[in-house]
Design a binder for this molecule. Structure first.
Ligand code: NAD
Length: 354
């Protein structure tokens, strides 16, 4: 039994590694996302059942891919994490129980509003944001000026694509602050509006070039173009969603008011000059999350860009700080995914049995 599991783990790891390289490294996926997600889950389950078989190089142990060699590799000042996925409301509830238990055992705080029971209840509140299907960017502003734009890469090292980032009009080159701090970090999603994606693919057809599989790969591929003029023509857009003050940066003598909640962060990002997705909502409980998720299940098809789920984040930043991160994910956020429209696998370069 263990031998069969070991074989399957090795097979899945090889296949997922190949798919991940094609996806992140080449921007040319060889598997449909739904198939990738299913195989990834299978690997995760097998590894949970046989923890001794987990290799440190397993695809479940890393975020993204290593930076490509054409670009200078840059160390992220603050790592970029991926997001844990929930594929139904049961998994969302399980996540909610998990962070509450973690919070309880780590803070030694049984509860702020009830003193016992398996599910402690610090007053939470969640922010629901649409999960934009694009490519994550890390932007560094020194003294209010954009000095660096980088891809996520493997989470700790990305690619320096500053010249390309500067072509995106919804990214301010200078922040709207009179006395900015020495450094601020902004994260968000670069994406291609659907109309632009279609136009690019038509142009690629005319030139006899391979089509981009989806807007996400097209955005990632565009950001890694060596010629910034091509990037400028493609009109990428950007939604900001995270604002961070790196450790050791002092806010004295600045006009930067650090936000206490994600809701405030998003408002502040807008004030600083970023485009922030207006389709977001702060809700009190999971019933509110469910309502937002259902509301956008249909409505998302009328948006001019692709979204594949809702990112649910704890609103309070003190709770976020107490909860911290696993090796791959923040404990205080999760992506609730819309059901994928199952599509046939296009196994062009891979011959493994899936
Ligand atoms: P992810 O895309 O599931 O979620 C994390 C990302 O969501 C973040 O890095 C960020 O870029 C993005 N995001 C969008 N809106 C956000 C918001 N409002 N707040 C915070 N983050 C937001 O994770 P991932 O690790 O980038 O990729 C995993 C997914 O990639 C899989 O589910 C799979 O479908 C796909 N994938 C597919 C293949 C393939 O072969 N088809 C290979 C590798 C990965």
């Amino acid at each position: 039994m263990t031998e069969a599991a070991a074989d399957r783990i090795a097979e899945l790891s090889r296949l997922l590694q190949q798919a991940s390289y094609a996806y992140y490294g080449l921007d040319q996926p060889i598997l449909e996302d739904a198939v990738y997600d299913r195989l990834y889950r299978e690997l995760q389950t097998l590894e949970q059942q046989h923890p001794t078989l987990i290799s440190p190089h397993s695809p479940t142990q890393r975020v993204g891919e290593r930076p490509a060699q054409q670009f200078t590799a840059v160390q992220h000042h603050i790592p970029l994490y991926s997001l844990e996925n929930a594929f139904d409301l049961g998994e969302l509830q399980a996540w909610d129980q998990r962070w509450r238990r973690h919070w309880q055992s780590n803070t030694g705080n049984s509860s702020e509003s009830s003193s016992s029971g398996p599910s402690p209840r610090p007053p939470a509140g969640y922010v629901c944001e649409l999960k934009i299907d694009g490519s994550a960017l890390a932007l560094t502003y020194d003294h209010g000026v954009l000095v660096r734009g980088a891809t996520r890469g493997d989470g700790s090292q990305g690619e320096d694509i500053t010249q390309n980032v500067k072509t995106i009009r919804s990214i301010p080159l200078r922040l709207n602050l009179d006395h900015p701090p020495a450094r601020l970090e902004v994260r968000g999603e670069a994406f291609l509006p659907l109309e632009t994606f279609e136009t690019i693919n038509q142009e690629r057809d005319q030139r006899g070039e391979a089509r981009f599989a989806n807007p996400r790969n097209a955005a990632a591929g565009t950001l890694r173009q060596l010629d910034s003029r091509i990037v400028a023509q493609r009109r990428l857009d950007f939604f900001a969603y995270t604002l961070q003050v790196p450790e050791g940066v002092t806010l004295a003598d600045t006009d930067f008011q650090p936000p206490q909640t994600q809701t405030e962060s998003l408002k502040l990002l807008q004030h600083l000059g970023f485009r922030v997705n207006p389709n977001r909502q702060t809700v009190a409980d999971l019933a509110g999350v469910q309502q937002f998720f259902q509301q956008w299940d249909q409505a998302r098809h009328h948006l001019p860009y692709l979204t594949d789920g809702v990112v649910v984040k704890l609103d309070r930043q003190d709770l976020q700080a107490q909860l911290g991160f696993t090796q791959k994910f923040p404990r205080w956020a999760i992506a609730l995914k819309y059901a994928a429209e199952e599509v046939p696998t296009r196994l062009t370069a891979v011959t493994f049995q899936v």
